[in-house]
Design a binder for this molecule. Structure first.
Ligand SMILES: Nc1nc2c(ncn2[C@@H]2O[C@H](COP(=O)(O)OP(=O)(O)OP(=O)(O)O)[C@@H](O)[C@H]2O)c(=O)[nH]1
Ligand SMILES: [Mg+2]
Length: 353
């Protein structure tokens, strides 16, 4: 699972990336500061992990992490080679969702922000980049179709339909797509179809609040989160307790947390746990995946030799206080490979090598 950060140049993408991935990517007050992509791991705060770690007195805890990537800014006309062009978009084609950063503050050069226009600019460039990719695929398919390849000519129809829709600025929803089209969209990693979280990069001014409202009315308030990247970056220098206190005083607490939560839900991820003496670990897993998939994630040997999984909800295990007590009271369940993992399950895989 991977998150791609996109947006216009100089809107705070790398500042946000640094906060999220606790990284040190270059940040500067000029456009195209980022050229090569920055990659890191977004650590997802977990409400149970510390308490679960006490069950076996685990030596360390590992919270869930999701890959995150920060790329160069995209400008109007990028598809025609403006700015850095759009070649670098290939880096985020592997992303499972996009975090689109929108400037909702007045920058040091006094340039005002236009959230609604910025959303359109970026979305148009993503659309044009997808059309270009589909166009290249159509060319290949039509060569094959001319040789009498039936499958190629059927595929050409699908690709032509997508090109026609995107050219009209229409992005068909999942319910309008045939299984084959959905397969194509995945295969070609089309950006316009990826889930997007619109991230308002704010400061503590009234203007910023007005700009956020404009963004929310453009894309829908539940598709936006507010992040105070500039202020958060300054607070990063402080000790955690002091940081929390200042964040509260500034009224900016929870911004990063709500960003992380929104990403987790947009990616449709749940969390499961494994506990032993060495490590208490929280793992992200796609909703709907089974015990065998969880085992594969932990170690491929566990999946190969999978026998059963012992499962209990985190809350229930904490109530019991130990696995022994959970087993005695019949609350530790034995599940097979096809058991659909629930959010907050604690799992012990029994396997044979
Ligand atoms: N006032 C204010 N300035 C910010 C905020 N976030 C970032 N900045 C400043 O904006 C400038 C650009 O930040 P970057 O994080 O480098 O922006 P970017 O989007 O990665 O830029 P490129 O890589 O050049 O596209 C820097 O000077 C930051 O300090 C914010 O929330 N408020
Ligand atoms: Mg940058």
């Amino acid at each position: 699972m991977q998150i791609g950060i996109i947006g216009l140049p100089n809107v705070g993408k790398s500042t946000i990336f640094n906060i999220l991935a606790k990284a040190n990517a270059e940040v500067a007050d000029y456009p195209f500061c980022t050229i090569e992509p920055n990659t890191g791991i977004l650590i997802v705060p977990d409400p149970y992990l510390q308490r679960l770690a006490k069950i076996h007195d685990s030596a360390k805890t590992t919270p869930p992490g999701v890959k995150i990537m920060d790329v160069a800014g995209l400008v109007k006309g990028a598809s025609r080679g403006e700015g850095l062009g759009n070649q670098f978009l290939s880096h985020i084609r592997a992303a499972d969702m996009l975090a689109h950063i929108i400037k909702c503050f007045k920058s040091s050069d006094g340039e005002s922000a236009d959230p609604s226009g910025d959303v359109d600019t970026i979305n148009t460039e993503l659309l044009l980049s997808d059309i270009e990719i589909l166009g290249r695929r159509a060319e290949k398919l039509s060569t094959l179709a001319r040789t009498g390849d039936r499958e190629a000519s059927e595929q050409l129809d699908l690709v032509s339909f997508l090109i026609k829709e995107l050219n009209q600025g229409r992005i068909p929803g999942p319910e309008e797509l045939s299984a084959n089209m959905a397969k194509y969209i995945r295969e070609l990693d089309l950006l316009s179809f990826k889930p997007v979280l619109y991230v308002a990069n704010m400061d503590d001014t009234g203007l910023s609040r007005i700009l956020h409202k404009k963004l929310a009315s453009k894309v829908g308030v539940n598709r936006t989160v507010k992040v105070y990247a500039g202020l958060e970056a300054e607070l990063m220098e402080l000790e955690p307790e002091e940081r929390a206190q200042y964040a509260k005083e500034l009224g900016i607490e929870g911004g990063i947390d709500s960003f992380v939560k929104s990403c987790y839900s947009l990616l449709d991820l749940i969390t499961f746990y494994t506990l032993n003496k060495n490590e208490a670990r929280a793992w992200p897993l796609q909703r709907g995946k089974k015990a065998i998939d969880a085992a594969e994630k932990i170690h491929s040997d566990m999946a190969k030799g999978f026998i059963k999984a012992e499962v209990i909800g985190a809350e229930e295990l904490l109530e019991c206080g130990s696995f022994a007590k959970a087993r005695q009271t019949g609350r530790l369940r034995l599940e097979g490979r096809d058991y659909v993992v629930a959010d907050r399950d604690v799992i012990q895989v029994r396997f044979a090598i």
